[in-house]
Write a protein that binds this ligand. Sequence first.
Ligand SMILES: Nc1ncnc2c1ncn2[C@@H]1O[C@H](COP(=O)(O)OP(=O)(O)OP(=O)(O)O)[C@@H](O)[C@H]1O
Ligand SMILES: [Mg+2]
Length: 481
Amino acid sequence: MIKESLWADIWAKIGAVGIRTKIMGIVAVCILCSALALVWYTYRDDSTFLRNQLRERGIAIGTELATHSLDLVLTHNQFALYTLVRDTRNTSEDVIYTFVLDARGNVMVHTFSEGFPSDLLDANKVPPGAAYGVQVLQTGDDTIQDIAVPLLGGKAGVVRIGLSEAKLSAALQNHIRNILLWVAVILVLGLVIAYGLASILTGPFAQLADAARAAGKGEFRWKAPIWAKDELGSLGSAFNEMSAELKHKEEMRVHLLAKVIDAQESERKRIARELHDETSQSLTSLMVGLKSIEDVSSVSQAKEKATELRALAAQTLNEVHNLAVELRPSLLDDLGLASAIQRYAEEYSAKMNINIDSHVSGLSEQRLPPEIEVAVYRIIQEALTNIAKYAGAKNVSIVLRRRDSSLVAIVEDDGKGFDVNETMFSSDGKQLGLFGMYERASLIGGKLSIESYPGSGTTVFLEVPLKLDGRDDGQNKIASG
Ligand SMILES: Nc1ncnc2c1ncn2[C@@H]1O[C@H](COP(=O)(O)OP(=O)(O)OP(=O)(O)O)[C@@H](O)[C@H]1O
Ligand SMILES: [Mg+2]
């Protein structure tokens, strides 16, 4: 648990760092890790190589010294031997001492100016039969390779030389210092390039975030910059497409709202006019007629008048009924979606002279939620109205099918068809009927699609998911959504 929360904390801190810092950090870590590996490999390989070279050189110098000194040792020519030993030491800076031991192991000559260090005598013993012996000796801050070359297999004595690794270490350190200097230069260069690259990357992101925030507030004039055809560019153009679509939807919604308010107002005016011109006139006539009954002289006259007035009342009732039906199809409330659609289709077919073939299934047992019934009814109504207005179709098929978890409605015509995308995205705002169909469908959680091509008819497809409320007593109520 503690570990998890620690990781979460670390991750939260890393996540809060800007992309530019992250990229620069990654570049710096990569360069430093590569440099460390390079330094380590260089140090390991170079030091082994140089040490071996020093050893080989030491053996060569020692062997040569042994060859030249054999006669001098055998003849005990101390002076010439010393000159040889001194010259040998002076041939190379790496050689820091040389000395020769006789057959009994006594020092014959040496190059130590401050006396011969006696502990050096036994520091390098040549194994019997070997051509030479090598020992690495540590003295203070220097490392010495001590080479011993026996004379006549050790019977005549031993030649010893000491080579210092100080120069070798200095060369190695110099090499590493140069590498580190280059690493520093590459690090600075890498960071500058990473900074530039990160700025190029993060700039468009910041602009995209501004544009997204503005779009969230309903300001769609902000566009995401598209500076190249790469992933960032395609993100920008996807955002711009989304923004254009949202803008179009927003505009359509505003138009639709205006149209709904307008339609509401004119409907109210029409009802008021109808009530005033028809219903109140009829009721006034009824009142006048009833009043005139008071003045009739005979029962037969009264009966005649009553019949007349009943006819007038029936006519008024009919008018009020028609008004109510127009306002809301009572069939939908009384008998449900299936019957309302079938009745509407029959009347439509007779009125418009279009052949309608309707198939309804799965709707006889349960009623759907009222908001779904109304929305589906209005969508089918609008599809049929459009067919009558534009399609020039001869045949229309309506399918209304309910399965357990969804309701499907399909309205298909064999008319002239149209270009759906062009119509939906045209800026003339004349596609409110279609837009209203989409809106109604999405309000009840449904999906509407219109398939149509010029010359090949139109199919409106609607699918609405239905949710059962959970009880399994055969009386499940259906909820929308
Ligand atoms: N079934 C169809 N066949 C051919 N064209 C169609 C069909 N349905 C729609 N259209 C075309 O789509 C356009 C938009 O239809 P929509 O219902 O949105 O608007 P409208 O019917 O002109 O106006 P409103 O429905 O707002 O009174 C129509 O002008 C028509 O060109
Ligand atoms: Mg329409």
